[in-house]
Design a protein around this ligand. Structure first.
Ligand code: TGC
Ligand code: FAD
Length: 394
C-alpha cells in the first residue's frame, strides 16, 4: 500500500475560525500539521494490518493531546475545552482510532484520577500518562452489560489493606498496550467504585480482540480479573456510584462530538476534490446535480455541527453544560459524520472502497464511534427523557 499525500483543506463555510482565539488556532494548526506529517502517511497501512501504531503514544504526549484540560502541575495542558475539542477534531480527521487513544487517555483515565483521585494518585499517575510514558484504559463495559452498566458484575471484596477484584470487562480501547486501567466495580455494599489496576498485578490479563472491521488501527481488548489483589490506596476515594464513570463519559462524549466532525471534514474534502477531477460523460462528476446535492448537504451538515460544537465548548468552558446537551451533540455529530462518509464513498465510485483514499476507513470507524460511549439509541433516549420528563430506561 502506497503512502498517501495528505491534501486536506478544511471546510469553514460560515467562518467559524473567527469564533476561535489565536491560541485555539495555533493549537488546531499544530495538531493538523502533526496529522499531515505523522498520521496520514502511515495510518492506512496500520489499519489494513489491524495494527496499533504504538509509537504515536509518545508523540501524542509530546504534542499535549493527553489531558489537555488537566492542570499543568500534573503534566496536563491547562487548556480550555474548545482547545480540547479542536485537538480531537484534528486527530479524528486522521483516524478515529488515533482520537480514541487520546480521548481514552485524557477523558477516561486522567480525568477520573484528577477529579476523583487522591493527591498521591494524581502525583503518581498523571505526569506519566500526560507524557505518554504510560498508556491507560477504562473498563466499564462487560460481556453482558453494555448500555446498562449499573448492572455490572465485576466486584471488589474487602480484604484488609487490599481488595480482591474479580470479573471481566469487554471492548476496552487501549487495553492490550495499557500499563494502567481505571476499572469500575461494585464493592461489598453494592456501590460502584473506581480502582486503578496496574499491568503486572497477579491475576490481571488483557487479551486482544481480533477480527474488527472498524477501528482497526486502535487496539481493543478485554480486561480479565481473577482474584486480583489491589491495594486500597488504588481505590479512587472521591466518588461512589454510576455518576463516577458517567461523569468521565460526559468529557469523552464531548471529544467525540468534535472528533467525528473531523472525519466528516476529511471525507467531504476528499469527495469535493475527486468530484472536480473525475471526468465522466465529458465533464467533471461535480458538475452533475446529483453529486452537487450530496456535496451541498455535506457542507451544510458539517457547518451546523461545527457551530453546535463551538457553542457546546463555550458552555463547557463556562461550567454550564448539561450531560444531556453533550449527548445531543455526540449523537448529532456521529449521525451526520456517518452519512457524510457514506455519501463521500459513493462519490468516489469504485475508488471509494480502496485504501487509496481515507473515506472507507472513516466510514467503517464511525460504526464503532456511533456505538461506543453510549449508542445512538441511548443518546436519543437521554434527550427524550430530558425533554419529556419520562425515563424510558426504567
Ligand atoms: P441513572 O440512574 O440515570 O444515573 C445514575 C447516576 O449518574 C448520574 N448521571 C450522570 N452523571 C454525569 N454525567 C452523565 N452523563 C450522567 N448521566 C447520569 C445521575 O444523575 C445519577 O446520579 P445520582 O447522584 O442520582 O446517583 O443511571 P441508569 O442506570 O438509569 O443509566 C442511564 C444511562 C442508560 C443513560 C447510562 O447508563 C448510559 O449512559 N449508558 C451508556 C453506557 C456507555 O456509554 N458506556 C460507554 C462505555 S466506555 C466507552 O465506550 C469508551 S469508548 C472510548 C474510545 O475508544 O474513544
Ligand atoms: P448493547 O447494550 O447490548 O446494545 C445492543 C443494541 O440494543 C443497541 O442498538 C442499543 O442501542 C440497543 N439498546 C440497548 N438498550 C436499549 C434501550 N433501553 N432501549 C432501546 N434500545 C436499547 N467500553 C468501555 O468500557 N471502555 C472502552 O474503552 C470501550 N471501547 C470500545 C471500543 C470499541 C471498538 C467498541 C465497539 C466498543 C467499546 N466499548 C468500550 C463498549 C461500548 O461502550 C459498548 O459497545 C456500548 O456501550 C454498547 O454496549 P453493547 O455493545 O453491549 O450493546
Amino acid at each position: 500500500m502506497a503512502t498517501r499525500t495528505d491534501q486536506f483543506v478544511s471546510p469553514d463555510y460560515f467562518a467559524v475560525d473567527e469564533l476561535l482565539s489565536e491560541e485555539h488556532k495555533l493549537i488546531r494548526d499544530a495538531v493538523r500539521a502533526y496529522v499531515k506529517k505523522e498520521i496520514s502517511p502511515i495510518i492506512e497501512d496500520y489499519a489494513q494490518r489491524a495494527e496499533f501504531p504504538e509509537h504515536i503514544v509518545r508523540q501524542l504526549g509530546e504534542l499535549g493531546c493527553f489531558g489537555p484540560t488537566v492542570p499543568a502541575e500534573y503534566g496536563g495542558g491547562g487548556l480550555d475545552y474548545i482547545s480540547y475539542g479542536l485537538m480531537m477534531q484534528e486527530l479524528e480527521r486522521g483516524d478515529s482510532g488515533v482520537r480514541s487513544t487520546a480521548s481514552v487517555q485524557g477523558s477516561l483515565v486522567m480525568f477520573p484520577i484528577h477529579a476523583y483521585g487522591s493527591e498521591a494518585q494524581r502525583k503518581k499517575y498523571l505526569p506519566k500518562l500526560a507524557s505518554g510514558e504510560w498508556l491507560g484504559c477504562f473498563g466499564l463495559t462487560e460481556p453482558n452489560h453494555g448500555s446498562d452498566p449499573s448492572s455490572m458484575l465485576t466486584t471488589i471484596q474487602d480484604a484488609g489493606d487490599h481488595v480482591i477484584l474479580n470479573g471481566a470487562k469487554m471492548w476496552i480501547s487501549n487495553a492490550p498496550f495499557a500499563q494502567v486501567a481505571v476499572v469500575w466495580a461494585k464493592d461489598d455494599a453494592g456501590d460502584i467504585r473506581g480502582v486503578i489496576v496496574e499491568r503486572g498485578m497477579e491475576g490481571f490479563s488483557t487479551p486482544t480482540t481480533h477480527g474488527k472491521w472498524s477501528l482497526r488501527a486502535s487496539a481493543t481488548g478485554e480486561l480479565v480479573f481473577d482474584q486480583v489483589k489491589v491495594p486500597k490506596e488504588n481505590i479512587l476515594p472521591n466518588v461512589k456510584g454510576l455518576k463516577g464513570p458517567l461523569g468521565c463519559l460526559t468529557k469523552a462524549r464531548f471529544g467525540i462530538a468534535w472528533g467525528v466532525v473531523g472525519a466528516a471534514m476529511d471525507c467531504y474534502d476528499t469527495a469535493l476534490r475527486y468530484s472536480q477531477e473525475r471526468i465522466q460523460f465529458g465533464k467533471p462528476i461535480g458538475a452533475f446535480q446529483l453529486q452537487q446535492k450530496k456535496l451541498a448537504e455535506m457542507v451544510t451538515e458539517i457547518t451546523k455541527a461545527q457551530l453546535l460544537n463551538w457553542r457546546l465548548g463555550v458552555l463547557m468552558n463556562e461550567g454550564k453544560v448539561t450531560p444531556q446537551q453533550v449527548s445531543m451533540a455526540k449523537r448529532n455529530s456521529c449521525e451526520i459524520a456517518a452519512q457524510i462518509c457514506r455519501d463521500a464513498r459513493q462519490i468516489l465510485g469504485g475508488m471509494g472502497i480502496t485504501g487509496e483514499y481515507s473515506v472507507m476507513r472513516h466510514m467503517m470507524n464511525l460504526e464503532s464511534v456511533i456505538t461506543y460511549e453510549g449508542t445512538h439509541d441511548i443518546h436519543l433516549l437521554i434527550t427524550g427523557m430530558d425533554i419529556t420528563g419520562f425515563n424510558a430506561f426504567k
